[in-house]
Design a protein around this ligand. Sequence first.
Ligand code: KIV
Ligand code: ZN
Length: 529
Amino acid sequence: MNGPITFRENARADVDPMQGIFTSQFNRIAGGLVDEAPVWILDTTLRDGEQTPGIALSIDQKIQIAQALDELGVDVIEAGFPITSNGEAEAVKRVASLGLNARVCGLARCRKEDIDAVLGCGVDYVHTFIATSDTHLKYKLKMTRDQVMEKAVSMIEYAKDHGATVEFSCEDATRTDLEFLKAMHVAVQEAGVDRINVPDTVGVIAPSAMEYLIGELMTVTKVPIAVHCHDDFGLAVANSLAAVQAGARQVHVCVNGLGERAGNAALEEVVMGLLAFQGRRTNVHTEKIGSVSKTVSRITGYPIPHNKAVVGNNAFAHESGIHVHGVQGDPSTYEAFSPELVGMHRNIVMGKHSGAHSVKEKLKEMGMDLPPDQLTEVVEAIKHLAESGKEVDEAELVALSNAIAGMKGIERMVSLEEFAVFTGANITPTAMMALNIDGEVHKGSEIGIGPVDAALKAIKSVAGDMDLEEYRLDAITGGSDSLCEVTISLRDDRMDKRSVGRSVGADIIQTSVEAAIEAVNRLFISRKG
Ligand code: KIV
Ligand code: ZN
């Protein structure tokens, strides 16, 4: 069923780990940078992450997340805790049968029935755990230290006898008596364990203490050490990095920092922190981090906080004139690392701190070039709106600029000649589109999930290389005859350009088409500039 543990060594040796990262030179002086073998990432989004209050994933959702994690390049996917329910076991079974590059593991208490449940899913990597702190022994397990040790040893032997790769965790390790913890490590090693995880189950250790603890455990542990940190004091990532600094070889993480209570160490922060502060590679394709974070957020229904490190909307957003000016001179002035490294984009945000320079750049990015007097008017209007508490997003900026500049701000290269949409019951929605581009009529047709989808795809098929970044539909008045407002953002990744179009009307399909064509016009213009 399994072979020896195989993990990729230096799979990403092609990448210069420090390119595009602009951290403090004191990290190097303090001896933080050591370039050694890659650190393995065990992702537990599907297990500890699913224990986040309010998250329950269907089998299909688990499969989608597992596939995304595999493409991201994590080494191990903890797919679930099979003994907990038939549905959970089925999900783990299905993930295990996907034929992923990542190893798939299942969680088991130190009990035969738990281990059988993992093995019964066709999984050959068992992560088994038992609590070892006196608090857990007394109030939860009602067992002695000797009994706990005996249980762990016999269950590891049982799993090994069944051919599994076994990772073992002393639950609540960071509140366990050090001598007993060391004795546990020695005993489970003798039982044949492959890897020992050190969980900070309640998130109660500080980074310096974690470094000390792992250093101590390294003196008796010959198999690779992993860490599993919770974020109760907001230190999960710092503790994980400290553990690696002291010799840990694997880190347990969850995408977006999901997990029990305050969550686990966030995958995106650990991976980038290891690179930036310790020069340590992982097998993660960092440029996929942004999209995997969004996928997990969409599927779990857990929003990514705007100010979340690495993957939040604001992580690479700049509002104040001074910062925008600096970043335009050289991004390293106000960015710790390049957004492209993690598949994110720089964003110039309009607000009360915006200066004429940033507004001009932002408008240019969206295909509008205003003369200085109109630009000053737009800046004043933005500040006025922002001070009265109104958010000035890209669509708002476009509307404002249109109002001030009339349509002079937009040169039109693309206009609608005709379109038709066919939809109804038992018919695949289909759209036909004819656009006049620079005086020449181009036609195309597409099918879609609905009529709007078909129409937007037809526009794309005619207008060419661009992706729909965002589609927003707002009802302006109530009732079935209400006006709707559609905002569409388009992106051209090849040329790193984006644009926004907005339209208001009574017919959702027509209004969507108009907004899309406005955005297409702006994209065409910004490509020229
Ligand atoms: O936090 C924890 O201790 C765990 C164990 C199962 C490793 O999640
Ligand atoms: Zn945990």
